[in-house]
Every structure is written in structure tokens, then in C-alpha cells.
Design a protein around this ligand. Structure first.
Ligand SMILES: NC(=O)C1=CN([C@@H]2O[C@H](COP(=O)(O)OP(=O)(O)OC[C@H]3O[C@@H](n4cnc5c(N)ncnc54)[C@H](OP(=O)(O)O)[C@@H]3O)[C@@H](O)[C@H]2O)C=CC1
Ligand SMILES: CCCCCCCCCCCCCCCC(=O)[C@@H](N)CO
Length: 336
């Protein structure tokens, strides 16, 4: 009995007096694991705040531009099979009617309608607006808009006809802006809806031969991101407050940095700590022009994404605060 006690106390002495630090890595591992578990739990707790409610396609009105062929037609079929009412928008009427026939094979009830409207979505806003009005009169407010109409041209930059650059911006970019602009007010009023932009892998990386196509698809990403931030409500005040979160730089300072980078042959140039973080974070498939640049990107990516999520949260709270203030002052005005 007494010898057993003697043995265990020797072990404790050894552990805690001589080599307690051997346990340190395990303790640290435990603490880190506990933090990670707590962080993940926290994320799941706030997930209802950031995840939108699913849209019910059954009975919904879905407008698909470029719905007469390819991906657009397949999207339309997929929605129709789930009970949606569809408006197909494209230029060629014969192709539209053909697509309508194809879609109708997939009807799941006899109330479903496929409406076809022929218009060039890139030509003029007023035309697109009246087309959307027409569709809404027949099938009700748009629940989902799919901007899928688009075209691709490839060739060397210096060999491409100059008017192609304009054409692709018109069809791929403005052709998505116009229908979106025509449905957004009603969607905001109803506080529901979806707007889809069909970009491309070439909208995330620049590629040989795509100097005209790729930028027109990159533009969609900028549009989608900006629009997403405006969704609760919007005014110039939000833009001002959000822009103020980035440091203001003097033009001569900016010029110096840009010129220095250009002289060095750098692909990317950024100003200020936030500019630096943003460049590293969005580097994607951009080329690197120095070893350090590539190494920094590799090491900082996860950290910067974490910081970026906090930025997004603070932008969100700016938008929310402005909305609440606006509603309060509206209510106060009414009372007066
Ligand atoms: N196919 C692919 O591999 C990839 C495609 N994408 C993108 O997906 C989208 C669909 O591609 P895909 O299915 O290949 O395209 P298609 O060429 O098969 O179809 C294009 C559709 O858009 C319509 N359209 C084109 N221009 C206009 C216009 N000015 N006004 C109204 N409608 C127009 C066409 O009809 P009409 O000519 O009668 O007007 C057609 O319905 C495009 O935005 C494309 O950039 C992205 C990555 C890869
Ligand atoms: C982790 C890193 C992964 C990298 C993957 C890179 C893959 C690059 C392939 C890009 C092909 C893009 C074709 C776009 C075609 C298009 O948009 C058509 N509409 C044009 O006709």
C-alpha cells in the first residue's frame, strides 16, 4: 500500500517538477482545438443571419434571357420541370418557338405557361423594360431573372475588330444590366427574388484570345457583388460610409506607386494596407512578377479572407444602420 503511494507520488513529482513542459504542446493543442470548435459553433449559430431563405420554384415566374439555346434553354427546362412559369427572351423568333416546344414536354401541371419574347437585350433599355412589363402583365411579377444571353469572340488583341470590344460589353454586360434594372424595383418592393448572372471561367481569369470576352464577364462579377450589397435598401450615404472605410490617398502618392510598379514591370499595383490585402486576396489566377509576391499571397490568403469577412460584416452593419435611420426619420416625418 505504502509502496504504491510512493510510486505514484514519484511520477507526479517527475511530471510536475522536472518535465511539466513536456505537456505544454498537448495543452496548447487542446486550447487551439477548443477555440476552433467554439469558432465553428459560433459560425453555425450566426448562419441563419447570412443564409437566405430558399426560393420556391413551383408556381414562380422565371425569366431566362438567352433561353432559346444552350445553357439558357437547359436552365429554363430545369425550372419548368420544377413547376415554374417561364418567359424566354432572345432575338430569333423561330428558335424561341422551337425551344418553347421542347420545354412544354416537361410540364408537370396543365397551368404552366411558356411565354416567348423576341428582343435584343443589348440595344436599348426602354425596349427591354417594355418586354419585362409585358411578361409581368401576363405571368405576374418576376421571381427569378436568369441573365444568360451572351456571346463569345476570340482572337489576338491587335487583330480583333475594334467594334467587337464594344459589342461584347453591350451584349454580355449591358445585356445583363438592362433586364436586371427592369425587375429590381418590384423585387425590392416584394422583398423577394433572385437574379442570376452567367459569367464564365474566363470571367475569373484572363485568357489568351479573350481580351474582349473576358473583361465583359469580369464586369458581371463586379455588378453582382455591388448589387448584393445594395439589396436591403440603398442611398448615396451608404456608398460614402463604405468608401470611407478605405484610406483616402493623395493622387500624387497613388501616381508615384503606380509608376514605380509599372517601371518595375509588376502586374499588380496597390496603395495602402487595405489595397495590399485586397490585391493578395483577389489574386486568383493572376500572374506573379516576383517570387516574394507569390510567397506572400500563398501565406496570407487565409488570414486576409478572415479579415475580409469582418469587413463584409461591417459593411453589412453600415447598410443596416442607414436603413434603420431612414425608416425612423420617415416615421418621424409622418408624425409631424
Ligand atoms: N458554352 C460554354 O462553354 C460557356 C458559356 N458561357 C456563357 O453562358 C451563356 C450561354 O452560353 P451558350 O449556352 O453557349 O450560348 P448559346 O450561343 O447557345 O446561346 C446564346 C443565347 O443568347 C441569346 N442571345 C445572344 N445575343 C443576344 C442578344 N443580343 N439579345 C438577346 N438574346 C441574345 C441567343 O439567342 P439569339 O441569338 O436568337 O438572340 C441564345 O438564346 C453565355 O453568356 C456564355 O458566355 C460561359 C462559359 C462557357
Ligand atoms: C486551382 C486552379 C484551377 C485552374 C483551372 C483553370 C482552368 C482554365 C480553363 C479556362 C477555360 C475557359 C473557357 C471559357 C470559355 C467560354 O466562356 C466560352 N463561352 C467561350 O466560347
Amino acid at each position: 500500500m505504502s509502496s504504491e503511494e510512493g510510486l505514484s507520488s514519484t511520477i507526479t513529482d517527475w511530471l510536475f517538477l522536472n518535465s511539466w513542459w513536456l505537456l505544454l504542446p498537448f495543452v496548447m493543442l487542446l486550447v487551439v482545438a477548443a477555440f476552433i470548435v467554439a469558432f465553428v459553433l459560433l459560425l453555425y449559430m450566426i448562419s441563419p443571419l447570412i443564409s437566405p431563405k430558399p426560393l420556391k420554384l413551383n408556381g414562380a415566374h422565371v425569366v431566362v434571357t438567352g433561353g432559346s439555346s444552350g445553357i439558357g434553354k437547359c436552365i429554363a427546362i430545369e425550372c419548368y420541370r420544377q413547376g415554374a412559369f417561364i418567359t424566354l427572351v432572345a432575338r430569333d423568333e423561330a428558335k424561341l418557338l422551337q425551344a418553347k416546344k421542347e420545354l412544354e414536354k416537361f410540364a408537370i401541371n396543365d397551368k404552366q405557361v411558356v411565354l416567348c419574347i423576341s428582343v435584343d437585350i443589348s440595344s436599348e433599355y426602354s425596349q427591354v423594360e417594355s418586354v419585362i412589363k409585358q411578361a409581368q402583365e401576363k405571368l405576374g411579377p418576376v421571381d427569378m431573372l436568369v441573365n444568360c444571353a451572351g456571346m463569345a469572340v476570340s482572337g489576338r488583341f491587335e487583330e480583333m475588330e475594334v467594334d467587337r470590344f464594344k459589342k461584347l460589353m453591350e451584349v454580355n454586360y449591358l445585356g445583363s444590366v438592362y433586364p436586371t434594372r427592369a425587375v429590381i424595383t418590384t423585387m425590392k418592393e416584394r422583398r423577394m427574388g433572385r437574379i442570376m448572372f452567367v459569367s464564365s471561367q474566363a470571367g475569373q481569369i484572363g485568357l489568351f484570345g479573350y481580351t474582349a470576352y473576358s473583361p465583359s464577364k469580369f464586369a458581371l462579377r463586379g455588378l453582382a457583388e455591388s448589387l448584393q450589397m445594395e439589396l436591403p435598401y440603398t442611398g448615396p450615404l451608404e456608398t460614402k460610409l463604405i468608401s470611407e472605410t478605405s484610406g483616402v490617398c493623395q493622387p500624387d502618392q497613388v501616381a508615384k506607386i503606380i509608376v514605380r510598379d509599372a517601371v518595375q514591370g509588376n502586374f499588380n499595383s496597390s496603395v495602402g494596407p487595405d489595397g495590399y490585402m485586397l490585391s493578395a486576396l483577389t489574386c486568383g489566377m493572376s500572374p506573379v512578377t516576383s517570387i516574394t509576391e507569390g510567397l506572400q499571397q500563398i501565406v496570407t490568403m487565409g488570414l486576409f479572407r478572415t479579415i475580409a469577412l469582418f469587413y463584409l460584416g461591417s459593411f453589412d452593419s453600415i447598410v443596416r444602420r442607414c436603413m434603420i435611420q431612414r425608416e425612423q426619420s420617415k416615421a418621424a416625418n409622418k408624425r409631424e
